[in-house]
Design a protein around this ligand. Structure first.
Ligand code: SF4
Length: 368
């Protein structure tokens, strides 16, 4: 069976899910309601990582819809200002050096905590279709030093589409590297490790331009032999793999879990790049966000257990005004620093903000 045939076997209905996990009739009805609004798709591989006997299994929490998703009306579907940064359909340009392409609205698994819940498995209006315009934009914006191809899941595109992107982008001398955003090493690793054609094209183009895959491992249970094989296959093609964990309630809001994850990633040759504060997304925030003060304490405690390479990551939030590093608590206030700023006057600015113990996000920022 090739990866497309395996992908076609993904579990997308409550009825099918009930053949793998014990679900009550009420749960089946609730899941059916949720997926009318926020689709479900789980690869059979990722489903196999769930302990069916544990209702609080962390993989289950990330993959299986919950009735809470429909109870939230507040929050936002665009928490970091993606609409404002869209310069062409499917092309965002927020930070001077980075262009971001939305290449697909499909993923091998629709994470319940996804910050692009507005589009995954749903509408494709925001997806890149005007390739010529994208090429013109990159060509005329010499300040762009890297392109992030994401989605949805960038590596779920066909090899033909991926080759188009690579063949086109490697020609630009002003690009230092190309990045793919993909959770496939975590949710569907066989699409990588068992596709010789994909590996051959990654190997070919990595000789012409540095290529990164940025992935998202969130829990040590995701560090399986299959995942290791996919990572090794990428590394063998001279792809650099880095990881962006999302800090999630009930999944990895525990310093031992987080440190074990970072150790495992480092042992696989994956660079721990960021730990992201979960965004206040409608249908996500109440189930997954933890307060910033608590998050900083968990991150500090995890870092105290790690060697230098395993604690290279920064704890950050993607705010409409930039990528803000959460430095920690100073007496009653929290300390933050702009790691990437939308507006040049904010670049590297350090600021303090009073937060309650329950605050999970920054509203208006002093000095902006
Ligand atoms: S793989 Fe990424 S884009 Fe897809 S559902 Fe998960 S978090 Fe969202």
């Amino acid at each position: 069976m090739n990866w497309q045939q395996e992908y076609a076997q993904n579990i997308t209905t409550a009825e099918a899910l009930a053949t793998y996990l014990p679900l009550s009739t009420d749960e089946i009805i609730r899941i059916d309601e949720v997926i009318k609004r926020y689709p479900m798709s789980i690869s059979r591989y990722y489903l196999s990582l769930i302990d069916p006997k544990d209702p609080n299994d962390p993989i289950r929490k990330m993959a299986v819809p919950s009735g809470h998703e429909l109870l939230e009306d507040d929050g936002s579907f665009d928490t970091s200002g993606e609409g404002d940064n869209t310069v062409l359909d499917g092309l965002q340009h927020k930070y001077r050096q980075t262009a971001l392409l939305l290449s697909t609205n499909l993923c091998a698994m629709y994470c319940r905590h996804c910050f692009r819940k507005r589009l995954v498995g749903l509408a494709d209006e925001e997806i890149m279709k005007q390739f010529d315009h994208m090429v013109d934009y990159i060509a005329t914006h010499q300040e762009v030093s890297n392109v992030l191809i994401t989605g949805g899941d960038a590596l779920l595109n066909s090899n033909r589409v991926l080759e188009y992107y690579l063949k086109t982008l490697v020609q630009f001398d002003h690009l230092d590297f190309i990045r793919f955003g993909s959770r496939l090493p975590v949710t569907f690793p066989m699409r990588i490790s068992e596709d010789e054609e994909l590996l051959a094209l990654l190997k070919k183009y990595s000789q012409q331009k540095t290529i990164y895959v940025v992935t998202q491992f969130n829990h040590p249970n995701e560090l399986t032999d299959h995942a290791r094989k996919a990572i090794k296959a990428l590394l063998d093609c001279h792809i650099i793999v880095s990881n962006q964990t999302v800090l999630l309630k009930g999944v990895n809001d525990d310093s031992d879990v987080l440190s074990s994850l970072m150790r495992g990633l480092t042992s696989m040759g994956v660079i721990p790049y960021y730990v992201f504060q979960c965004r206040p997304v409608t249908g996500v925030k109440d189930s997954f966000q933890i307060p910033l003060k608590q998050g900083a304490a968990i991150v500090d405690s995890a870092k105290s257990q790690l060697n230098g390479l395993a604690k290279r990551f920064r704890y950050v939030m993607s705010h409409p005004t930039g990528k803000i590093e959460i430095l920690g608590q100073l007496q009653d206030e929290m300390l933050f620093k702009y790691h990437q700023a939308k507006y040049p006057t904010d670049q590297s600015r350090i600021f303090m903000q009073s937060l309650s113990d329950d605050d999970c996000w920054l509203g208006e920022i002093k000095g902006n």
